[in-house]
Ligand binder design. Structure first.
Ligand code: ADP
Ligand code: MG
Ligand code: MG
Length: 251
């Protein structure tokens, strides 16, 4: 049972305060939808949780199962069970996708995974995401299409088996079929490992597939309103203006 607890988090980027006292808890088995107008700090939150050094935590706390995440390196956060599926995954030339993944997996395991088992698992994940077979042997994200990059983030998630996964607009740029394939894979992974999910997306269709148990709107650096899946529907139909009026915030 994993338990990610964020309390009164303040985060600055280039000396500008972006998160202004954000609190949120995500537990195993929960699926949280995180919405909000562009530029309000959703990606900043995820980057700060994963430990991207561009994002400075000025106060507040982040713990995973009671352990202080802010004291951990990015690698340690990954080992502790956190995963970030990124909006714009970076290209790593010279490192094949499979080498990258195997070393990431081995870094987390007591005993290295056998090559045989690794290849079997990777083939299975690639097949489930209906990706080209040669993907394993290509340099990480190099020449991958937008959709392939996103699918590849989910391949990584399936193999690393995190306890809490954060997905940053992983659905953007996916066509209808790819969206379903990616959603099915996320759902299967979620059920098999009782994964806790923090999902950033603008699209109700993605959330329909993923069936959030909780939903939040982030505006002006804080979570302004939380609820259940009906909040996703309301935002989809009415936008954010009603929240600005009702809660006296400006996006
Ligand atoms: P969202 O994901 O909700 O669209 P972001 O977290 O990306 O919002 O951005 C919040 C604010 O922080 C924006 O004003 C953005 O310009 C700024 N910001 C985010 N990341 C960086 C960065 N790496 N360098 C400079 N400014 C950034
Ligand atoms: Mg505060
Ligand atoms: Mg963003």
């Amino acid at each position: 049972m994993a338990d990610l607890v964020i309390k009164d988090l303040h985060v600055s980027v280039e000396n500008k305060e972006i998160l202004k006292g954000l609190s949120l808890t995500v537990k195993s088995g929960e699926r949280h939808a995180l919405m909000g107008p562009n530029g309000n700090g959703k990606s900043t939150l995820l980057a700060a949780i994963m430990g991207n050094p561009k994002y400075t935590v000025t106060s507040g706390s982040i713990t995973l199962d009671g352990k202080d995440v802010l004291q951990m390196s990015v690698d340690e956060r990954s080992k502790a069970g956190l995963f970030l599926g990124m909006q714009y995954p970076s290209v790593v030339s010279g490192v094949t996708n499979s080498d990258f993944l195997r070393s990431a997996m081995n870094a987390r395991l007591e005993k290295p995974i056998s090559l045989f088992k690794f290849i079997k698992e990777m083939d299975k994940a690639i097949e489930q995401l209906e990706m080209k077979k040669d993907l394993a042997h290509r340099f990480l994200n190099d020449g991958f299409s937008g959709g392939e990059k996103k699918r590849n983030e989910i391949v990584q998630m399936m193999m690393l088996k995190p306890s809490i996964a954060m997905l940053d607009e992983i659905d953007s740029g996916l066509d209808v079929d790819a969206l379903r394939i990616v959603s099915d894979a996320i759902n299967q992974c979620q059920k098999q490992t009782d994964l806790g999910l923090l999902i950033v997306s603008h699209y109700a269709r993605f959330y329909e597939y993923l069936q959030p148990t909780h939903a939040h709107v982030l505006m002006d650096g804080q979570i302004v309103v939380s609820g259940d899946a009906s909040l996703v529907e309301k935002v989809d139909q009415e936008g954010y203006e009603w929240i600005e009026k009702e809660y006296h915030v400006t996006a």
